[in-house]
Write a protein that binds this ligand. Structure first.
Ligand SMILES: Cc1cc2nc3c(=O)[nH]c(=O)nc-3n(C[C@H](O)[C@H](O)[C@H](O)COP(=O)(O)OP(=O)(O)OC[C@H]3O[C@@H](n4cnc5c(N)ncnc54)[C@H](O)[C@@H]3O)c2cc1C
Length: 358
């Protein structure tokens, strides 16, 4: 029998679609399967799609920020062009970080004075009052705020729906379940498993741990004018146009069945309440409340590469909280490895996992 030369991508969330794009560019013959079970809350359908090169906790750049920002921009712009959606997928939305106290403001100032590596993303400190110098009037920031210029968001529903339509038009998309037990050797010589938390039990059987990180997000309507900026204080409030905002997100481990909770809604609203003028806050109208399970690795770096002991099986998983930013570079690394033999960076390679070496 002839060996097939066709690749199967399992999963049509962000990681599956980014992989599909890498294969599309290379002219590789492939198809995409996605579970027909739409009751499962997969992450990409609820994610707000934000990207931010700065970690606010310690005020440093996030892992590999420069490389990831560059590849991210390039990839989503290519996808906009390919899908005929110029200007519709990748959106700029600087983040206005409301300082929690004077120490944080001093740290921000010091990062700028020291020309610290993170300073390439930071604006000078602004408005130290209820009404910021260049900030929105309805934001309360007694310690002032700083701005991260290069942040923004990706319209994931638009990207996923449009890429799926493309796949369907080419006869490449199928609503099929797949697991390690599915027999596909006659049809595919290569499988890329992009099932997010749907792969958890199969991957656990080979020593790779994917944890489910439950997250909730609200969609709000408000007359608040943030001048196109995303507001951050503990949680983030992201303007999506037409007076609609996303407010997110919560984090909770070890929840198998993800569903929106009253606790999550309260946590989200109360986090943002102190920085919004009461008249505006009281008029917030909650339009939607969603939840999903983020696929998280054990060390907050994605998993990419061949699954040991399983010929022709590869994974892209563990995109965690920053899938939009880290996904494009990681998918590109995996494709370069599969098709050009380029070694995978140690940070993302499965070879780093102690569980696979022992
Ligand atoms: C509330 C919330 C907010 C978030 N906000 C952001 C954000 O602002 N910015 C950001 O970068 N990230 C955000 N994330 C994280 C982001 O959503 C993830 O990093 C990313 O979407 C993961 O994509 P994925 O394709 O790996 O997994 P998923 O999106 O979970 O996709 C998995 C796919 O696999 C398919 N599948 C599963 N099992 C099977 C099976 N057995 N057979 C066939 N197909 C199967 C599913 O149908 C689905 O298509 C957020 C997540 C949540 C939950």
């Amino acid at each position: 029998m002839q060996t097939p030369n066709r690749t199967l991508i399992v999963g049509a969330g962000l990681s599956g679609i980014l992989m599909a794009w890498e294969l599309e560019k290379r002219g590789v013959d492939y198809e995409v399967w996605q579970s027909p079970d739409s009751s499962l809350n997969f992450a990409s359908r609820v994610a707000a799609g934000m990207f931010n090169p700065v970690s606010f906790k310690r005020l440093v750049s996030v892992w590999n920020a420069v490389e990831h920002m560059e590849i991210m921009r390039k990839t989503y712009l290519e996808l906009e062009e390919f899908l005929n959606l110029k200007g519709a997928i990748l959106h700029s939305s600087p983040i206005l970080r409301v300082f929690p106290n004077a120490q944080y403001r001093d740290l921000w100032a010091k990062r700028l004075d020291d020309a610290h590596e993170v300073s390439i993303w930071l604006n000078e400190i602004d408005g130290v009052a209820d009404v910021g110098k260049e900030g929105p009037e309805e934001i309360i920031a007694p310690f002032g705020f700083g701005i991260v210029r290069d942040a923004g968001w990706v319209d994931l529903p638009l990207l996923l729906n449009s890429f799926n339509s493309h796949l369907q038009s080419k006869g490449r998309f199928f609503a099929n379940d797949w697991s390690f037990n599915t027999q596909t050797n006659d049809t595919f010589n290569r499988i890329i498993d992009c099932r997010g938390v749907g792969a958890s039990s199969d991957l656990a059987s080979v020593g790779i741990k994917v944890q489910a990180d439950h997250g909730e997000v609200l969609t709000l309507r408000s007359r608040l004018d943030t001048k196109g900026m995303c507001i951050n204080r503990v949680k983030w409030l992201l303007p999506r146009g037409d007076s609609v905002f996303k407010l997110g997100a919560t984090y909770k481990w070890n929840i198998e069945q993800s569903a929106p909770t009253d606790e999550g809604r309260t946590e989200l609203l109360s986090s943002i309440r102190p920085i919004i003028s009461p008249e505006v806050f009281d008029e917030f109208e909650v339009l939607n409340h969603e939840s999903g399970l983020r696929p998280a690795s054990t060390d907050r770096r994605p998993y990419a590469g061949p699954v040991p002991g399983n010929d022709g099986l590869f994974i892209l998983n563990g995109l965690g909280t920053r899938g939009v930013l880290v996904g494009p570079a990681t998918a590109a690394h995996l494709a370069n490895h599969m098709f050009d033999g380029t070694p995978l960076p140690q940070d993302v390679s499965l070879a780093r996992l102690k569980s696979l070496r022992d």
